[in-house]
Design a binder for this molecule. Structure first.
Ligand code: 5RP
Length: 299
């Protein structure tokens, strides 16, 4: 077993060079240069080549949580938001039944299943809910797989991730590795450094994780782009601050759900987040913009 680099003098010597861009570029997304043309083309549909960033809308919650607040009716909640985001992240069942096939946005298809929230600990690991043939049939631009680093399902979920990367590589479809934070998992810099790096080195082309203190080191040490999850609903100003900090500290986008579809005005929230992600707005300016949109709507 390899020695664990987990303490003593060496820990203090770590230097992530957060201000130095990753070498080996040519393609605008880090870690993408070595991929085939099809994978790059799909990534380029998801991320703006101008800002290098993306606003992904996550509405896959029902696959473990059932009808989450705000998503009681997917067919009513999601279609109005489609023009205001860059990528749709959902399950095959949700997409097929509630999202018009005319939607012109790339899909990040959730391809794994997990235990439902009825289980105390959901992190025992699930399986593949949608195989590569069906992901292609859904016209997926990306496949998302949940990983449970540091939990009972770790080995199983990394196996699912790696096999999905194998299948995706055969057909040029990139894979989003999602870092889960179960009840037993800490939301610390050390945890996210470890989890995001494991997921990237096991083949994910992009990684979804949560924001934490020291996030610029997490993004620097992860060799592929990171997008952040929003987590539980926050006041809109705080959600914009979360997005702003993440982008300022090296995230290449957001993959948000509840902080969009549970907002007072989800369309205005998508538009305000896009200002932060693509146009360099500060959180304060984006919140002002959000408030202006609300006022215009109420006139
Ligand atoms: C859970 C997921 C969900 O899609 C996503 O994180 C939920 O988004 P949010 O937390 O922003 O509501 O990947 O692991």
């Amino acid at each position: 077993m390899a020695d664990r680099d987990d303490g003593g003098l060496a820990k203090n010597a770590k230097n992530y060079h957060p201000d130095v861009p990753q070498a080996g570029g040519g393609f605008f997304l880090k870690g993408g240069e070595g991929c085939d043309w099809g994978t790059k083309n799909r990534l380029a549909r998801m991320f703006s080549s101008k800002s290098g960033n993306t606003v992904m809308l996550a509405f896959d919650h029902g696959y473990i949580m059932g009808p989450t607040t705000g998503l009681e009716r997917l067919d009513l909640a999601i279609p109005p938001l489609i023009p205001f985001v860059d990528v749709l992240m959902g399950t095959r069942g949700a997409l097929r039944s509630c999202i018009p096939a005319t939607a012109e946005k790339p899909l990040c298809l959730r391809v794994n299943y997990d235990s439902s929230v009825l289980y105390d600990d959901m992190s025992n690991g699930g399986g593949i809910a949608c195989d590569i043939g069906n992901a292609i049939r859904m016209n997926a631009s990306c496949m998302a797989v949940q990983t449970f680093i540091g939990a009972a399902g770790e080995k199983n979920s990394l196996e699912l991730l790696a096999r999905t990367v194998d299948a995706g590589t055969d057909y040029g479809i990139p894979v989003l590795g999602v870092v889960a934070v179960g009840k037993q998992m800490e939301r610390t810099e050390q945890f996210f450094l470890l989890a995001t790096r494991l997921v990237a080195e096991n083949g994910a082309h992009l990684v979804k994780t949560y924001y934490c203190e020291g996030f610029e080191r997490v993004t620097a040490a992860c060799p592929v782009p990171i997008v952040i999850a929003g987590g539980k609903k926050l006041p809109e100003s705080e959600a914009l601050t979360l997005a702003y900090r993440a982008i300022s500290e090296g995230a290449r986008g957001v993959d948000m759900g509840r902080n969009i579809f549970q907002a007072q005005n989800p369309i205005a929230m998508c538009r305000a987040i896009a200002k932060v992600v693509h146009e360099g707005f500060t959180d304060a300016r984006a919140f002002e913009y959000y408030t202006e949109l609300l006022q215009t709507e109420n006139k």
